[in-house]
Design a protein around this ligand. Structure first.
Ligand SMILES: [Zn+2]
Length: 118
């Protein structure tokens, strides 16, 4: 039950669809989440400060990816300039690319922790 719900919600979130119904896009544009789902009416931002967890999720995911690339390169003593360039570009660019996905994944985390039927 939990795992099937998790995969369903994750699939919808990774397509940036409403995790509740999967019928409508949840983003107005790349950096703005719609107030509610046009198909099912689910309010995405359940309370003020709701997306603080999404920011933390975005930070952990993107800096984790940068660390996975930069740490081995550093340990293998790769030239420092390209490693720094990758680290800087990754630290700035990946959070922007991951922004809507972090928000959608945060809605999934919230739905798993606080199901709608409670
Ligand atoms: Zn919906």
């Amino acid at each position: 039950m939990f795992w099937s719900a998790l995969w369903l919600l994750l699939g919808r979130a990774l397509r940036l669809r409403c995790p509740v119904c999967g019928k409508a896009p949840m983003m107005r544009d790349w950096f703005h989440v719609k107030e509610r789902c046009p198909a099912c009416g689910h309010v995405f931002e359940r309370e003020e400060g709701y997306y603080t967890g999404a920011m933390a999720l975005n930070l952990v995911i993107t800096e984790g990816v940068v660390a996975v690339v930069v740490l081995p390169a550093t340990l293998l003593q790769a030239p420092i300039i390209p490693v720094l360039a990758i680290a800087i570009l990754g630290s700035v660019g990946l959070p922007l690319l991951a922004f809507p996905y972090a928000r959608a994944l945060w809605v999934v985390v919230d739905l798993l922790l606080h199901p709608l039927d409670e």
